[in-house]
Design a protein around this ligand. Structure first.
Ligand SMILES: CC(C)(COP(=O)(O)OP(=O)(O)OC[C@H]1O[C@@H](n2cnc3c(N)ncnc32)[C@H](O)[C@@H]1OP(=O)(O)O)[C@@H](O)C(=O)NCCC(=O)NCCS
Length: 406
């Protein structure tokens, strides 16, 4: 059956489209006010709705993002609130929405799309590839030691959330411009998503708190965190959740985390969505005790291959030719020659054959061609092709990191 999919036209349609995934969250969005607030970041026409007659039975949104890639930034559809009502699952509605949404993203001139997946199994079929890893840690207090002593240039203060918004935003913006995978946050985004602290989202913890770290008197880091106090048999059994900690460089990172690590009355310091190359691994005395758990982070889909590949930087290395497969958007398939001075279609013999999802995996620098060849998901057609491609794509940048699920 062909499903009717189109963007929402008004608040009512927007609410019903978002309500498809909202159903699984227990009925969100419940009212006009929260839907209005959500739409301040996601315009109505970025929210696709799937219709069964005049009933909306599915929805898929895409935030208009600017995403950092190695050596630059790119317009990106930040795919979000994807859902199909339980009454209509497994009838092709998601597939119809993904097609309409990717066409819309392409027509808007956004060369890539990115998302966090509720389940890893869903999005590969639409050409998304695993592009970054996200880590969780749970560090017991007894092992929360840093290798280096405290540095007197650093001072840390507790910062009121609202008043410190501009300080957080400036630090975040510096980090996002140097880190592939991070997106630009607008003022509205901060006000509606990062700063609010509704009691129903606290999951038994206290208020959202913030620290600001200064180096020689200049703000150089911030952390948002929540304390979950608990005592068992008279001993601290609670934890501190680090919601987000961002800092300018190694010293600021270390001294910011020192305050979080040293916090009394906790049994464990927990953090989520950490990048795989987090400096703490090298700064902690007991990195093993972080109990790092690694999972999938951002998934990336190249929508306009030429524009997407042209938007990132390359090393000064020999060109490579890729034979690209793209079953969902076949117009992307074919041979692409990638060189430091340009990207173009070609008839030259290919070095590597790969699917568009695998190209998404290497795009931000999270994975290399060589490791994908060794995993058997990219084929090397010319000897040394993966080594040459890795040399071309290698840029001195942190591993891709997206600090927030959107
Ligand atoms: C995930 C979800 C959107 C899928 O919608 P849907 O309309 O049932 O998907 P489709 O019928 O278009 O399925 C397309 C294909 O994906 C497969 N698929 C979709 N979701 C799947 C899942 N969770 N597990 C395994 N396979 C899945 C289908 O089997 C189908 O495979 P096929 O083409 O080989 O037959 C829907 O189940 C849902 O809303 N789930 C809860 C909310 C959610 O997780 N949203 C995603 C947020 S990132």
């Amino acid at each position: 059956m062909a499903w009717d999919v189109r963007p929402a036209r008004d608040l009512d349609e927007f609410k019903r489209a978002v309500g498809s995934i909202g159903h699984y969250f227990g009925g969100w969005p419940p009212d006009d006010e929260s839907a209005q607030r959500f739409s301040s970041n996601l315009p109505f026409d970025r929210m696709h709705a799937a219709f069964d007659g005049d009933r909306i039975v599915g929805g898929a949104g895409a935030f208009p993002f600017e995403l950092t890639v190695p050596g630059g930034t790119i317009a990106c559809g930040g795919v979000t609130v994807v859902g199909v009502l339980p009454t209509h699952r497994r009838r092709g509605i998601l597939t119809a929405m993904m097609r309409a949404q990717l066409e819309d993203i392409r027509d808007r001139g956004e060369p890539i799309a990115a998302l966090w997946a509720s389940e890893e199994v869903i999005y590969r079929r639409y050409g998304y590839g695993l592009a970054s890893l996200a880590c969780e840690m749970a560090l017991p207090s007894g092992y929360a030691a840093l290798r280096e002593p405290r540095d007197d240039r650093a001072t840390v203060r507790i910062a009121p959330l609202e008043e410190s918004k501009d300080v957080f935003a400036a630090i975040y913006d510096r980090a996002r411009l140097r880190t592939p995978g991070m997106f630009r946050r607008t003022e509205t985004w901060w006000e509606t998503r990062n700063l609010p602290d509704p009691p129903e989202r606290r999951q038994g913890g206290g208020e959202k708190n913030a620290l600001v770290l200064e180096l020689d008197g200049e703000p150089a880091g911030y952390a948002l965190y929540r304390i979950h106090t608990k005592f068992e048999s008279g001993a601290a059994a609670g934890h501190v959740d680090v919601i987000e900690a961002v800092a300018d460089g190694p010293l600021a990172t270390r001294e910011l985390w020192r305050v979080l690590l040293d916090m009394d009355w906790k049994a464990t310091l927990k953090a989520y969505l950490l990048p795989i190359d987090h400096p703490l691994v090298h700064q902690l005395t007991y990195p093993r005790r972080m109990q790092l758990r690694v999972g999938d982070g951002l998934w990336v889909r190249l929508v306009d291959i030429g524009a997407a590949l042209s938007a990132r930087a390359y090393a000064d290395a020999a060109p490579v030719v890729l034979e690209l497969e793209d079953a969902f958007l076949p117009e992307n398939a074919g041979r692409w020659r990638i060189a430091a001075d340009g990207v173009e279609r070609t008839e030259d013999a290919p070095d590597l054959a790969l699917g568009v999802g695998e190209l998404g995996s290497v795009y931000l620098g999270g994975f290399g061609f060589g490791e994908l060849v060794r995993a058997g998901v990219v084929r090397e057609l010319e000897e040394g092709g993966a080594t040459r491609a890795d040399a071309l794509f290698r840029i001195d940048a942190p591993k891709p990191w997206c600090a927030e699920i959107f």
